[in-house]
Design a protein around this ligand. Structure first.
Ligand code: FAD
Length: 491
């Protein structure tokens, strides 16, 4: 039988009492007067079954201290498409995520990684990053830098996995847990409000979640893993600050020329309109993430497949002026790039990616980019994780990695709270999570945002200065390159 914390006497935390307010009392009264079904009570209700919500469900169920908790996960989309995902060897999805070694380590510890088919994962241990205006370059490669990070350690920078593949593995893990969470999909959270005092239980500081299927769930702890527009964050009254970049990320999956003579590297060229990256996939496949203006993305989407392919190859070879010119052509990009490349001097692979030859049908898509950071990650019986807490420009491939880091920190805080006999929704339990994650995430968001700004300049004094900085990093002066690579591997 499921043993949950629900049999424990309910103590209102000092903090919860302190933050009670008139508005809430009003909400409580209106709730009390409604003839609505009684909420079903859970220790933890997770809103959001994206990769971070699923990681959370898997981790809560896998950790000894939390595995007995009564957990519900609510997801608006149909999880069957993830459960029934059937990969084919000649197709890779367009949404790919790069998982850093510390994320993979955590996924291994939780028993998720065994559900990831390694044939569809591409690891890389080298990365070429360069300035599209000055060609100043940093080469991240543990093997070249140190002959390996440390004797016998993994030199991998990241592992490329399709998002759906990761979610499929996470869902498999969740569904094999000894104590399974209640999974409610195809159902939206429509309203969240505080509960009421009843004869059995004082739920005045408990979030009560009303679902589109008419169910109500009461949560000792409500966790928002509900993405950038988090309804949980809105309910908690937590501000999220940031801005739209007025940039979209164009993604696509390609076939590439035979690259067996070269190591599998990731490539990122910083153009003033945004970075363009080619990321390796198994075999002769690769994935594109090109951040640029919405107008340029619309142009890339409108091109015939062969012109689009030519445009992407040009983005790693031609000058920014040439690329800008090509963005004005509705057709004929293949011929135009042939001529321009014949008169341009550019390096050969592996310093730049081998040529792409074909875009997989239906894989061109784009996503608006923004930077947002919540003022706090916790509230009254509330915690936020993943994109609900922070949304970051994808140029560093860190958004999901940071979300997974949040999950493990939060689960550790909840486990510690339980071992000290604390209420899992109390500030005593949740504060360590906030303290551990907020500042590192803030530093990461700030760093990536500054990079975006710095590389947005086409000319002016910052252009040569950033090249000097790149040169200093590339030569590993002051151990800067080593430091950056170590940080990127464990953020
Ligand atoms: C182009 C691009 C490339 C990226 N590349 C990388 C990368 O290489 N590495 C990396 O680490 N990160 C990367 N990221 C970031 C990464 O994709 C996100 O950080 C990650 O998907 C966030 O996961 P999440 O579960 O927090 O949020 P989401 O994926 O947004 O999931 C939130 C879930 O909540 C559900 N939901 C929302 N509201 C409700 C409601 N009212 N009721 C019920 N359900 C609800 C939604 O349906 C959704 O499934 C990239 C992002 C982009 C755009």
């Amino acid at each position: 039988m499921r043993r949950s914390l629900l049999h424990l006497p309910i103590k209102r935390s000092a903090w919860a009492v302190r933050t009670s307010n008139v508005a809430r009392i009003a909400a409580t009264r209106s709730f009390a007067s409604e003839a609505s079904p009684k909420p079903e009570i859970y220790d933890i209700v997770v809103v959001g079954g994206g990769p971070v919500g699923l990681t959370l469900a898997a981790s809560l169920g896998a950790a000894r201290a939390t595995s007995h908790l009564k957990v519900a996960l609510i997801e608006g989309m149909n999880l069957a498409s993830i459960r029934d995902w059937k990969p084919t060897p000649d197709y890779f999805a367009n949404r790919i995520v790069s998982l850093i070694p510390s994320t993979v380590k955590l996924l291994k510890e939780t028993g998720v990684w065994k559900h990831i088919d390694q044939e569809r994962v591409q690891s890389y241990d080298g990365m070429q990053v360069w300035d599209g205006m000055t060609d100043a370059r940093v080469e991240f490669d543990w093997n070249k830098l140190l002959g390996g990070r440390e004797e016998g350690t993994d030199t991998t920078i990241a592992h490329m996995v399709e998002n759906i593949h990761l979610s499929h593995g996470l869902l498999k893990r969740v569904e094999e847990l000894a104590v399974k969470p209640t999974m409610i999909d195809k159902t939206k959270v429509e309203k969240i409000e505080y509960g009421q005092l009843t004869e059995e239980v004082d739920m005045r500081d408990w979030p009560i979640v009303s679902l589109s299927n008419g169910q109500k769930l009461g949560a000792r702890l409500l966790i928002g893993a509900d993405g950038g527009n988090s309804p949980v964050r809105t309910f908690a009254g937590i501000e999220s600050r940031g801005w739209d970049y007025d940039r979209h990320s164009m993604v696509a999956t390609f076939k590439i020329e035979d690259d067996s003579a070269f190591p599998k590297f990731a490539y990122q060229r910083f153009l003033p309109s945004g970075p363009v990256a080619i990321l390796p996939l198994p075999g002769n496949f690769a994935n594109l993430a090109w951040s640029t203006t919405p107008e340029k993305v619309a142009h890339l989407k409108s091109l015939a497949p062969e012109d689009f392919v030519a445009m992407v190859n040009a983005a790693f070879r031609l000058s920014y002026t040439d690329i800008d010119y090509l963005h004005n052509l509705k057709s004929g990009v293949v011929e135009e790039t042939k001529w321009r490349e014949s008169v341009t001097k550019y390096p050969d692979p592996p310093t730049i990616p081998v040529r792409i030859t074909e875009v997989l049908e239906g894989t061109r898509a784009s996503f608006p980019l923004k930077m947002k950071h919540a003022d706090r990650y916790i509230g009254e019986r509330i915690a936020l994780v993943g994109d609900a807490a922070h949304t970051i420009h994808p140029m560093a491939g860190q958004g999901l990695n940071a979300g997974v880091g949040d999950v493990y920190s939060l689960v550790k805080s909840i486990a510690d709270g339980i071992s000290h006999g604390q209420d899992i929704g109390s500030s005593f339990t949740l504060e360590p999570y906030q303290s551990e994650r907020y500042l590192p995430n803030n530093a990461l968001l700030g760093f990536v945002d500054k990079l975006h700004t710095l590389y947005g300049f086409e000319s002016g004094p910052l252009v040569p200065l950033r090249s000097i900085g790149v040169e200093i990093i590339n030569r590993d002066w002051f151990g800067l390159k080593r430091f950056l690579m170590s940080q990127a591997a464990k953020s």
